[in-house]
Design a protein around this ligand. Structure first.
Ligand code: C2E
Ligand code: CA
Ligand code: CA
Length: 769
């Protein structure tokens, strides 16, 4: 609206200025035109009147030569009446209105009317060549005089014939029509109006004194209208000049210019109207889409998606509109990104835990009657892979696993990465025949080794299964059950486990155990048991591995696999290690005093290795119990070393330099390379029992163990095979030159007093009993 107003204002100013200049130019032009028109008109009038005068002159000359008239003049004193009627005759013929016949002394002989006075006043008309005007009986006449000579061509004038034409006859409507002007004849002598064309405004006005007789155009105000006039001298009356006033109403004179102004005014009006209309349309063209854009912006703020933005004919609004569109697109893209970040796993690009939870929650809400199978999957020993092969490779493996899982996920199932090396799949029951089959299908995905950057990885997984609604009715409950089941299969070394209430109890117990562990150590709920390592070629037992045993007052025996990993996670493993070292040293010392010289191997965790105080505390223990470093062996898992090789190597070197024997535990399960192994200051390799348990029958394991043994030999290391459960295995180990054997075939880990009994029996009878 404001824009329309400004537009209109500008337009008005422009039109007014134009109007002013046009008007001025037109006025000047019209004035010049008018002036010349008036001059022409006056000359037309002059010609006309002079023509009448000369016509009268000619007629009168003829009259003067008329013999009978001459005779009548000559005899006028006797017969006035005959002359008079003859003159009337002539007057009528010549179109005059008044006549005199004067004697040579200018005394009147006859005239149009009696009495014949004022003849003296007529005289000047003979003496000067100008037009002469004459007033007689309140009327005005143009006078002409001709001499009458009784003798032709004589210089003697005998009489004068004078005739006059009434002014009214000269200033006729005809003249107005001819010139388009009003003509007035006036004398400045007592401001006398001599005559005028009909309807001349001057006639009825009392403005005569104001009439200017100088040349040029003049204007005079007469009642309602202005009159433009010019004056031209035109004969004399009573010795003073007579003027013709040519006049016209200003309105008429400037008619053309005024109509132009009128037209311009109409143009202004229509232009203003058009302009207003245009401005309104234009502003609507701009403001309407702008309003729509504002509305769209509000909707966008409210999070709505605006499908279409107003299109406009104006470039600015159009580009603003498309800028809005782009902005919305940008916002949407970012929202999508945020959504993706929030609901997808960044590494593997499959749904994350949040989306997985939402998915299950939605199903439970929409189909509470359904049956679901939740499978939670954990990659076995992923930490080892990560630690030994590096995080990049670990990441690649996680991506590859995600890819296989996605290929497994069907319409009725949904997979996600929960974090770390944990994945989960939820599927509708019935999509698979049984939860076990579902698990097996999942495990099958791991059958083929993963090939990542030319490294072939044989990866296993543990799958925990929970069923809805049997095991839990809430999302949280289901996840917990699946998690418990998954952990249980790690403990039991199964590939999968379906949740049972027993597992749950177990798991709850496990968690609560952690808070009790420290107290349990102090209270003596834990014991160290000892498992001998048989030196194969000498058939002697010189080394024992100590393994922790927890006899819980409520839960009974708690296997170390149930609490050691948890203790490692919570950090309380340090107390366990300290306690085990002290107890072992104490026991070794005790046995030494009974003349049994064992070297005891203590299991050390990854966390212990990075604890910089460990070598010192071992040294002080040795001092305290007055033991040689050779009394201790430290068993460190391959993965513990690889998780922080720099610190681990530092600690291992310190221990080695102290004279403590170092053993790499669970060897073969990690991913150490030969190069890495060479760098490690170790004395012994413990081949993991996974390769040993089936050694009697499994050809692959035989090859593996044989390779490991010769590898160790090449590196100058001794070898221990753990998990030896039968004679055949022991014989094979003997065959391939393995240094030591440990396992149930000899004995399980025993209480220190039991061990002594076993040992005494062993030294006496060997392994037979
Ligand atoms: P590990 O160090 O590999 O210990 C060997 C495990 O194999 C022991 O299980 C032992 O009882 C078992 N074993 C020995 N011979 C045989 C056999 O012939 N057949 C089979 N099937 N198993 C055999 P255990 O005592 O349950 O210990 C489990 C794990 O707990 C140990 O594995 C070790 O990693 C950890 N652990 C035990 N005691 C301690 C400890 O004092 N400190 C630390 N840090 N970890 C410990
Ligand atoms: Ca061990
Ligand atoms: Ca082991």
């Amino acid at each position: 609206m404001r824009m329309s107003f400004i537009f209109l204002l500008l337009l008005t100013i422009i039109v007014l200025v134009t109007l002013y200049f046009v008007q001025r130019a037109t006025y000047q032009h019209s004035s010049i035109q008018l002036f010349s028109h008036m001059q022409t008109s006056v000359s037309v009038v002059r010609d006309n009147i002079e023509g009448r005068a000369s016509a009268l002159d000619n007629g009168m000359t003829t009259l003067a030569k008329d013999f009978s008239i001459k005779q009548l003049i000559a005899t006028a004193n006797d017969d006035r009446q005959s002359l008079k009627s003859a003159m009337f005759n002539y007057q009528n013929r010549l179109g005059a209105d008044i006549f005199w016949v004067l004697a040579d002394d200018f005394s009147p002989l006859v005239s149009t009317s009696d009495p014949l006075e004022r003849s003296n006043e007529i005289v000047p008309s003979f003496t000067t060549p100008e037009l002469h005007w004459f007033s007689f009986n309140h009327r005005y006449y143009l006078l002409r005089a001709t001499p009458v000579r009784f003798v032709e061509n004589s210089t003697q004038v005998n009489a004068w014939v004078v005739m006059g034409i009434d002014v009214e006859k000269l200033f006729t409507q005809n003249l107005v029509e001819l010139t388009n002007m009003q003509m007035t004849l006036l004398s400045l002598k007592s401001n006398t109006l001599l005559g005028a064309t009909p309807d001349t405004p001057f006639v009825n006005s009392l403005v005569l004194p104001d009439i200017e007789v100088s040349s040029g155009l003049h204007r005079i105000s007469l009642s309602s209208t202005n009159t433009i006039y010019t004056t031209v001298e035109f004969g004399v009356w009573e010795h003073s000049p007579v003027y013709i006033v040519a006049s016209t109403g200003e309105d008429d004179a400037y008619l053309s210019s005024e109509s132009l102004i009128g037209q311009l005014f109409i143009i202004l009006l229509s232009a203003a109207t058009l302009g207003l209309l245009g401005a309104t349309l234009l502003s609507r063209e701009i403001t309407k889409p702008l309003h729509q854009l504002i509305k769209a912006a509000h909707r966008m703020r409210a999070g709505e998606f605006v499908e279409t933005f107003p299109s406009a004919n104006t470039l600015e609004v159009e580009s603003l509109s498309s800028a809005f569109d782009e902005m919305q697109q940008g916002i949407r893209d970012r929202e999508e990104q945020i959504h993706h970040l929030a609901y997808y796993d960044e590494l593997t690009n499959i749904p994350n835990r949040i989306q997985f939870s939402n998915h299950i929650r939605d199903i439970l809400k929409q189909q509470p009657e359904c049956q679901l199978t939740v499978l939670m999957l954990d990659v076995d020993r992923f930490k080892d892979i990560n630690d030994t092969l590096g995080h990049d490779l670990g990441d690649e493996l996680l991506i590859a696993i995600a890819r296989r899982l996605s290929s497994y996920a069907t319409e009725s199932s949904f997979c996600a990465r929960l974090g770390g090396d944990e994945y989960a799949v939820v599927s509708h029951q019935g999509a698979h025949d049984s939860p076990e089959e579902a698990a097996e299908q999942l495990i099958k995905l791991f059958e083929q080794p993963f090939k990542i950057e030319n490294v072939v990885l044989d990866v296993d997984c543990s799958v925990g299964i929970a069923l809805y609604p049997q095991h839990a009715q809430s999302l949280q409950g289901l996840m917990q059950c699946a998690d418990i089941a998954m952990y249980s299969c790690k403990d039991q070394h199964n590939a999968f486990a379906v949740y049972t209430d027993a597992l749950n109890k177990h798991s709850v117990v496990r968690l609560s155990l952690m808070s009790e562990l420290k107290g349990a150590l102090a209270e003596g709920q834990l014991e160290l048991h000892y498992q001998p390592k048989l030196t194969i070629h000498s058939h002697k037992v010189e080394t024992l591995e100590c393994l922790i045993r927890w006899f819980h007052p409520e839960h009974g025996f708690v296997p170390p696999d149930d609490f050691i990993p948890l203790a490692e996670q919570t950090g309380s493993i340090r107390h366990v290690t300290q306690w085990a070292l002290r107890t072992a040293c104490q026991q070794v010392k005790k046995w030494q005093e009974q003349d049994m010289h064992f070297t005891v191997a203590v299991n050390i965790s990854a966390i212990d290795l990075v604890d910089l105080s460990l070598p010192d505390s071992i040294a002080s223990l040795l001092m305290e119990f007055d033991l040689l470093p050779s009394a201790l062996t430290m068993e460190v898992t391959e993965s513990a070393v690889m998780s922080d090789p720099q610190n681990a190597l530092r600690a291992l070197n310190l221990l080695r330099n102290m004279g403590i024997t170092l053993s790499i535990d669970d060897f073969g399960t990690g991913y150490s390379s030969m190069a890495q192994l060479k760098k490690m200051p170790v004395d012994e390799l413990k081949i993991d029992k996974a390769f040993v348990l089936d050694l009697a029958t499994n050809q692959d394991d035989r090859v593996m163990v044989k390779t490991l043994v010769s590898l160790a030999q090449n590196l100058g290391l001794t070898t221990v095979a753990e998990g030896v459960e039968d004679l055949a295995t022991l014989e094979f180990l003997t065959e391939i030159g393995c240094t030591k054997a440990q396992g149930y075939y000899m004995t399980k880990a025993l209480r220190s007093d039991e061990l002594v009994t076993w040992y005494q029996n062993f030294t006496r009878n060997g392994l037979t009993s």
